[in-house]
Design a protein around this ligand. Structure first.
Ligand SMILES: NC(=O)c1ccc[n+]([C@@H]2O[C@H](COP(=O)([O-])OP(=O)(O)OC[C@H]3O[C@@H](n4cnc5c(N)ncnc54)[C@H](O)[C@@H]3O)[C@@H](O)[C@H]2O)c1
Ligand SMILES: [Zn+2]
Ligand SMILES: [Zn+2]
Length: 335
């Protein structure tokens, strides 16, 4: 089969590699669509602990084409979205229900061959069947949505709260749609990219701006979510939290980045700071949310690329082009 192989940081190529075979409790999925996200960039840029060479791609859906000898719950032809998480199931964190913090965490497309390929192998237990009417391209959004759902699980989620979201990329737009569903009184969105702000408005933002000064909420927002990972956005956002409110660090900042906070304000205004990391018990609910129309998947996906144009897709992602960019291995031509 054809696969994108990152030989070492900074070097990728389209290669022909052996077709994968499933282990006893695994299946092989013909990849229909695989989203690109910041994690792929980190792997390509050598900022991750991935073993090289690695086939990237962890946000994917497709059709089961082979099942292992001990798989009874899935059959060839089933349409599935795949949870890429492979926690060890043995460490303290796995044992206490926090497998996203696993000490020996692995993931498909991060430390095992991923879905920037015609076929990918996944444990049967990681495959979630999707409803008949759901396009596979839409189902490739379930993984990022499941991250957003976990983020939401960690927020107070009080009906009537006002939300302020920094970043209108895939994650900010998903958070916006979840907030709308969760009884937000209003959702305000900040981004530097005008095109993305237009999309945020289309997807239900009450107000959008390049700077939160444009919004008239002098007492602040009950919930502020950073979906940029950018220190200037984080520092600005921390000052916008209403007394008693919550700030969520959802964006991934550089490992050595620091941001200014006012300890006095955190104390005096009882502000909660909360992080959110990847997927935890949220994949199945993300399937349900996509199936019920809570997220406008068509509006979220802006470009698709065949495998041979993976590098071009990465370049477009780096430039902040469009919204969710996808690789569609079965496609031969650019769209
Ligand atoms: N916590 C998790 O589990 C999790 C999961 C997926 C992604 N992420 C992280 O979430 C963040 C968002 O992901 P994405 O796919 O939407 O990324 P993205 O790059 O598509 O979107 C980020 C947006 O932030 C905007 N931005 C950058 N600096 C800004 C600033 N100073 N003020 C306002 N806006 C600014 C950009 O214009 C861009 O539209 C990334 O850091 C990503 O790594 C976290
Ligand atoms: Zn991702
Ligand atoms: Zn573990």
């Amino acid at each position: 089969m054809k696969a994108i192989v990152i030989e070492r940081p900074g070097r990728l190529s389209l290669e022909t590699v052996p077709d994968p075979a499933p282990g006893p409790r695994e299946v092989v999925v013909a990849v229909a669509a695989c989203g690109i996200c910041g994690t792929d960039l980190h792997i390509l840029d050598g900022e991750y602990t991935s073993p090289y060479p690695i086939v990237p791609g962890h946000e994917f859906a497709g059709e089961v084409v082979a099942v292992g000898s001990e798989v009874g719950e899935l059959a060839v032809g089933d349409r599935v979205a795949v949870d890429p998480s492979l926690p060890c199931k043995e460490c303290d964190f796995c044992g206490t229900g926090r497998s996203n913090l696993c000490e020996r965490f692995n993931a498909i497309g991060v430390s095992r061959p991923g879905a920037a390929a015609e076929y990918a192998v996944a444990p049967a237990a990681n495959c979630h069947r999707i409803p008949d009417g759901m396009p596979l391209e839409h189902a490739a959004l379930i993984e990022p949505l499941s991250c957003a759902v976990h983020g939401f699980d960690l927020l107070p989620r009080r009906p009537g709260d006002h939300y302020l979201i920094y970043g209108a990329g895939t994650m900010g737009l998903l958070m916006l749609q979840l907030a709308r569903r969760s009884g937000a009184a209003s959702v305000s969105v900040v981004d530097l990219n005008e095109e993305r702000l237009d999309t945020a408005r289309r997807l239900g933002a009450d107000e959008v701006a390049r700077n939160a000064d444009a919004f008239d909420r002098p007492r602040g927002w009950e919930t502020v979510i950073d979906c940029t990972g950018a220190v200037p956005a984080i520092e600005d956002g921390l000052t916008r939290v209403r007394r008693g409110g919550t700030f969520q660090f959802f964006g991934v900042a550089a490992a050595d980045a620091t941001a200014r906070v006012s300890p006095f304000r955190i104390y005096n205004d009882e502000i909660t700071l909360v992080g959110s990391m990847a997927v935890l018990h949220s994949f199945g609910r993300a399937v349900e949310l996509l199936a019920c129309g809570a997220v406008d998947a068509s509006a979220m996906i802006s470009h698709s690329f065949p495998l041979a144009e993976y590098e071009r897709a990465i370049g477009a992602f780096r430039q902040g082009k469009g919204r969710k960019l996808q690789i569609r291995p079965a496609e031969r031509t650019t769209s």
